[in-house]
Design a protein around this ligand. Structure first.
Ligand code: FRU
Length: 439
């Protein structure tokens, strides 16, 4: 059994999406990948391509580790004018070179490709940014039109801070400013993202800063702030000393999400994708031939309420177009289905396999509670809760290996891996449920 509408590599460990770039009609998805096995290690960039964000074709490993470095997370962009000196329309990747031996050391390095990302050359002048640090990783890039240069945001992971740099040739980088983690929950920052998003129902835009916290974070670890960016500094919304942090996903398995900054849809929304995994237990998952999958790509925008801005995520329509919708009340379903509860009453829904693995989803008033039970792998047992407006429809996207819930007008997302197996899963739905004591 394999995921039916989520990307997973044919075999081996897969984690963070990397190098998301749209180039010559193709969506490129690079990702953290171990070409040699199902455990984290030998980190290299795997590669898949798509014409429509729905069907993905796995490609040969794009950037493999070498004797000195593992190839950690990073970004890629197209360089239409050849500003970096590697030819017009070259693809340029900026990744973290993480020392494979000796003392921990992370720096930012450049690689380039002139054959649509199939083969990559390392830049002879690497590293392009080196602060002599052990924890300095995960550059993300975008072109900033108003100032006419590329911007990089990169994490000072151990300090819970991020740095913003700018460059006009992708090789020489100037430090511009710091994003402070004031008031941020959790620790060890990874995979920062700074992106301009449309504000729904207006012509305005606002900036989103997202970062993942590896330890002690809420939900799946992805937290965000909204604010402004003037080409130099990100200014978060809310009180300066106590800015507001919100949770991007209330499950356990949505991490390291980054975006294709371009192109956008007709509502000016970019699309992002996250790793449906969790470093806390991913390595303990029983072998299943592949380990780790990507979320459904999600379109991003901001909603506005009197309390401020909030992130709205909507599954990319093309990616879910073929998913079979199941009527509520059906008791047996296959591995992949969409279940939508539009009735405003409180409810409880249980999805089970023959081995006692189950997912229980309960809506009570303005709370959504989800439990995951796995008798064979008790480390997977989890209870998650998320706020939701009373009576809002709840949409469940079930696939082999995962459950993604999007509800509350895209304001609440909750992603969980699971190991429910068998051709048929049983579903029990009941109205006016009570949240079980364990939730
Ligand atoms: C996040 C992360 C990144 C790092 C990569 C290594 O999942 O820890 O910070 O670059 O994975 O695989």
């Amino acid at each position: 059994m394999r995921p039916q509408y989520h990307y997973a590599a044919a075999a081996n460990w897969l984690s963070d999406p990397n190098g998301l770039v749209y180039h010559q009609g193709i969506w490129h998805l690079f990702y953290q990948y171990n070409p040699l096995g199902e455990d984290w290690g030998h980190m290299s960039w795997g590669h898949a391509i798509s014409h429509d964000l729905a069907e993905w074709q796995e490609q040969p490993v794009a950037i493999a580790e070498d004797a000195q470095h593992m190839i950690f997370s990073g970004a890629a962009i197209a360089d239409p004018g050849g500003a970096a000196g590697f030819g017009r329309d070259a693809l340029i990747a900026l990744y973290t070179a993480s020392a494979a031996h000796g003392p921990a050391h992370q720096s930012q390095a450049l690689a380039w490709s002139t054959d649509q990302g199939q083969t990559w050359q390392r830049y002879a002048g690497n590293p392009v940014i080196d602060r002599g640090l052990a924890d300095f990783r995960d550059p993300n890039l975008f072109w900033h039109g108003p100032t006419g240069r590329w911007i990089m945001v990169v994490a000072l992971s151990a300090e819970n801070r991020a740095l913003i740099y700018a460059s006009s040739d992708l090789k020489q980088w100037d430090e511009l400013s710091v994003i402070h983690g004031a008031g941020a929950p959790g620790r060890v920052w990874e995979c920062p993202l700074l992106i301009e998003l449309p504000v729904e129902g207006t012509d305005e835009t606002r900036w989103l800063f997202k970062v993942d916290v590896l330890h002690d974070g809420p939900g799946a670890g992805a937290i965000y702030q909204t604010g402004t960016f003037d080409g130099i500094r990100f200014q978060p919304d809310g009180p300066a000393l106590d800015p507001i942090w919100q949770v991007a996903d209330h499950g356990r398995d949505f991490y390291a999400a980054v975006a294709w900054h371009e192109p956008r849809d007709n509502q000016r929304r970019p699309v992002w994708i996250g790793w449906m995994g969790n470093h806390a237990y991913q390595g303990q998952l029983p072998q299943q031939g592949w380990r780790g999958a990507m979320s459904v790509p999600r379109r991003l925008s901001l909603g506005r309420s009197p309390q401020g801005f909030w992130l709205r995520q909507e599954p990319e329509p093309a990616a879910i177009a073929g998913v079979h919708a199941v009527q509520i009340g059906t008791t047996d379903i296959g591995q992949a289905a969409r279940l939508e509860i539009t009735h405003p009453a409180d409810f409880s829904m249980t999805i089970e396999d023959c081995d006692g693995r189950l997912l229980e989803v309960v809506r009570q008033s303005n709370r959504l509670a989800v439990a995951r039970r796995d008798p064979g792998s008790p480390f997977l047992d989890a209870q998650c809760t998320a706020p939701i407006a009373a009576g809002e429809p709840v949409c469940l996207w079930l696939d082999c290996g995962s459950l993604e819930i999007v509800s509350n007008d895209g304001r609440t997302a909750l992603t969980l891996q699971h190991r429910l197996s068998g051709d048929v899963l049983s579903v029990h739905y009941e109205q006016a449920a009570e949240i079980p004591a364990f939730l």
